[in-house]
Design a protein around this ligand. Structure first.
Ligand code: NAD
Length: 435
């Protein structure tokens, strides 16, 4: 089976590599020449555990190809996936579909033989139908179907999520397209992964609804955590107590500085915006977005209070910049907005992150200092802020840190450490939702 993946970013590259591992011949296309050149030299442009080996194995095995050229690849393909970015417009949250429609316009004249064109990007309800119309308008002789196959992988666990998904969702209109997609995902039958075939519209909405529900769980537990602080409850106990209820589940009930990452932020905003356009306001998701913004502001106040009322001229050591561990993605990471505010108000920041520094540098203010060596950042620091729960931050040498610091404030925004342990090491310790 011949597959083309348009867009070779977090989703396109992982999906392309995994489909080639399933046995398909996959051509990954990207408009970014540098990215394609790097990939053809087996340099992986993103950090994703296991991706390096998977790409190398299938590239060297002659099942995975990289190019900037649509011409040649599209004509040969049975299935063409579109996995380009679908960012928010600044402001109203609506989705900018320019990359999708550019790809579709470039595909249209090249379609040859029966082809299924599949949206893998997260796109508003109705997009697949628009894609169909554009393809038809631009190439009335083309023999094709459209489908929607949203992706649920998580950065940091992307290969496992792709190879062992909870489910695969496919919106499709014809039996012929359904049969081809079923064949592509056939290796997942061995592990009995449910493949849910739906209408195009349902598949598109499932993705937004899933991300919005997960974001809701995070905002919910963050608000409960804030309440815990007021009434002397411990959010870990509360989270466990509710999460053990099988109807609720324990995942995504960990409090923190607010959710980040490119997906939750843009997808919650997009869903509420699309719903408003359709005169069906989604009040719960509106509240989730508001609660998340408020959580980030609360963290700024928490940090300021810990620093005796002002961050001006305070030296702050920062552990972690990415929105979660095991990725280099800093898109919408809470660290970015929170640190930018602290720096505006005069804080001096020295940051460490195992993978995120390269992406953070162009975004964070120039005054930020970075270090590849963790313990460098603590020298003379008044306070430590832990933003990302990377494993290497879980067993830090607390004695050493304390000696290197000027102050003793430790703000653990991921509740990695136990309050009693931190107190016994002489830290003035602040976390989220625990005394
Ligand atoms: N990142 C995730 O964890 C994740 C998970 C599930 C779904 N998604 C969705 O998948 C989509 C892609 O996200 P991503 O994080 O992989 O984005 P990304 O920015 O990492 O990658 C997109 C790639 O598409 C390329 N591109 C843009 N226009 C192109 C064109 N016309 N032709 C060829 N290449 C083009 C870009 O150069 C870039 O390399 C989005 O809709 C996103 O919401 C992302």
């Amino acid at each position: 089976m011949k597959v083309v993946m348009i867009g070779s970013g977090y989703v396109g590259l992982v999906s392309g590599a995994c489909f080639s591992e399933f046995g398909a011949y996959v051509t990954c296309i990207d408009s970014d020449k540098d990215k394609i050149e790097a990939l053809n030299n087996l340099k992986i442009p993103i950090y994703e555990p296991g991706l390096n080996n998977l790409v190398k194995k299938n590239f060297e095995g002659g099942r995975l190809f990289f190019t900037t050229q649509y011409d040649g690849a599209i004509q040969n393909a049975d299935l063409v996936f579109i996995a380009v970015g679908t960012p928010s417009y600044r402001g109203d949250g609506s989705v900018d579909l320019k990359y999708i429609y550019k790809a579709v316009r470039d595909i249209a004249p090249l379609l040859s033989g029966y082809t299924v064109v599949i949206d893998k990007s997260t796109v508003p309800v109705g997009t697949a139908r628009n894609v169909k119309k554009i393809l038809k308008d631009l190439n009335s002789n083309a023999d094709f179907d459209v489908a929607s196959n949203p992706e649920f992988l998580r950065e940091g666990a992307a290969i496992k999520d792709f190879m062992f998904p909870d489910r695969v969702v496919v919106g499709v209109e014809s039996e012929k397209a359904k049969a081809l997609i079923k064949e592509l995902y056939r290796p997942l039958n061995l592990i009995e992964v449910p493949i849910q075939f739906t209408t195009l519209e349902s598949a598109e909405l499932i993705k937004y609804a899933a991300n919005s529900f997960l974001a809701t769980k995070i905002s919910f537990i963050n608000e409960i955590a804030n309440f815990c602080e007021k009434v002397g409850a411990d959010v870990h106990e509360v989270s466990k107590g509710i999460g053990l209820d099988g109807r609720i589940g324990r995942k995504f009930l960990h409090p923190g500085p607010g959710y980040g990452g490119s997906c939750f932020t843009k997808d919650t905003r997009a869903l509420t915006q699309i719903a408003r356009e359709n005169n069906t306001p989604l009040r719960i998701i509106d509240a989730v977005i508001e609660a998340n913004e408020s959580q980030k502001k609360k963290m700024i106040n928490k940090i300021r209070d810990a620093l005796a009322g002002t961050e001006k001229d305070k030296k702050v050591a920062v552990l972690g910049l990415t929105f979660k561990p095991e990725t280099d993605d800093i898109r919408e990471a809470p660290s970015i907005s929170i640190l930018s505010k602290l720096i505006d108000n005069g804080a001096k920041v020295h940051a460490h992150d195992p993978q995120g520094i390269k992406n953070a540098k162009p975004i964070l203010p120039k005054s930020v200092q970075y270090s590849d060596s963790i313990y460098d950042i603590f020298k003379g620091a008044d306070a430590v802020i832990l933003f990302t729960e990377w494993n290497i931050y879980r067993g830090l040498d607390l004695e050493r840190i304390k000696k290197l610091m000027n102050g003793n404030i430790f703000l653990d925004l991921r509740n990695v450490y136990e309050p009693d342990t931190m107190k016994s090491h002489g830290f003035s310790y602040f976390c989220v939702g625990r005394r």
